[in-house]
Design a protein around this ligand. Structure first.
Ligand SMILES: Nc1ncnc2c1ncn2[C@@H]1O[C@H](COP(=O)(O)OP(=O)(O)O)[C@@H](O)[C@H]1O
Ligand SMILES: [Mg+2]
Length: 215
């Protein structure tokens, strides 16, 4: 089943070309790995998937009501806000419509702990976010996005601040959930997971043309 289709997409910021002639199809079950040089347009492409940026020309079609979990490359928020790690992760599950009060179920708490354990952040669940390292914060924000229970997980360099052990843990976890959720991930990592079924190179110098999928 087709989730997203980019047809002849071009993107200019004023006179700067960010994307040139991109054709891309993302199907349900895909695990897409996007690479390319700095400034190649990778983040712009992800922002188009999430609808934050509209193309200068071309056409994007998306499956109706597609639930997207997005972890941006850079997240701006008040790091001094007094909130615990686990509560930030659990915020992902507050995306239920028309609810002003939500009592987390045992199942939701269990799911949160399971995700946090896979990323080795369960041990810091009661820490305040203020004191976290960049890598720890990256893992917490990733957990929050996963806990939104998305159809499509859009990740912009999710391992950029992680040590090698954490990178392995996250990649193993992504392999595991790739059976249930469609993944689009930007990365500079050389070793790409066996579950990745589509590789896309994004740069203004090459035409992006990726149509093959596994489902
Ligand atoms: N909001 C913006 N305003 C102006 N230029 C931008 C903006 N966002 C990105 N660009 C430019 O578009 C190009 C692609 O950027 P980006 O999508 O962030 O690339 P990547 O994520 O591959 O490093 C770069 O030349 C960048 O400077
Ligand atoms: Mg980027």
């Amino acid at each position: 089943m087709e989730l997203i289709h980019f047809k002849n997409i071009n993107m200019f910021y004023q006179n700067i070309c960010a994307l040139r002639d991109v054709n891309l199809t993302i199907k349900k079950g895909d695990y897409v790995n996007i690479t390319g040089p700095n400034g190649g347009g990778k983040t712009t492409l992800l922002k188009m998937i999430t609808g934050m940026v509209k193309p200068s020309s071309g056409n994007i079609s998306m499956k109706k009501d597609l639930k997207i979990g997005y972890v941006p490359q850079h997240t701006l928020f008040d790091r001094w806000f007094p909130i615990k790690v686990k509560d930030v992760a659990m915020m992902g599950m507050l995306n239920k419509p028309k609810k002003y009060f939500h009592q987390f179920t045992e199942e939701e708490v269990k799911k949160t702990e399971e995700v946090m354990d896979c990323l080795n952040i369960l041990t810091i669940q009661d820490a305040q976010i203020t004191g976290l390292s960049g890598g720890q914060l990256q893992k917490v924000l990733f957990a929050r996005a996963v806990l939104t229970n998305p159809d499509l997980l859009v990740l912009d360099e999710p391992t950029s601040n992680l040590d090698s052990e954490s990178k392995d843990m996250m990649n193993t976890y992504l392999d595991k959930i790739s059976k249930e959720v469609t993944i689009v991930k930007v990365t500079h990592e050389e070793n790409i997971s066996g579950s990745v079924n589509k590789r896309v190179y994004v740069s203004q110098d090459v035409k992006v043309n990726a149509a093959a999928g596994r489902k």
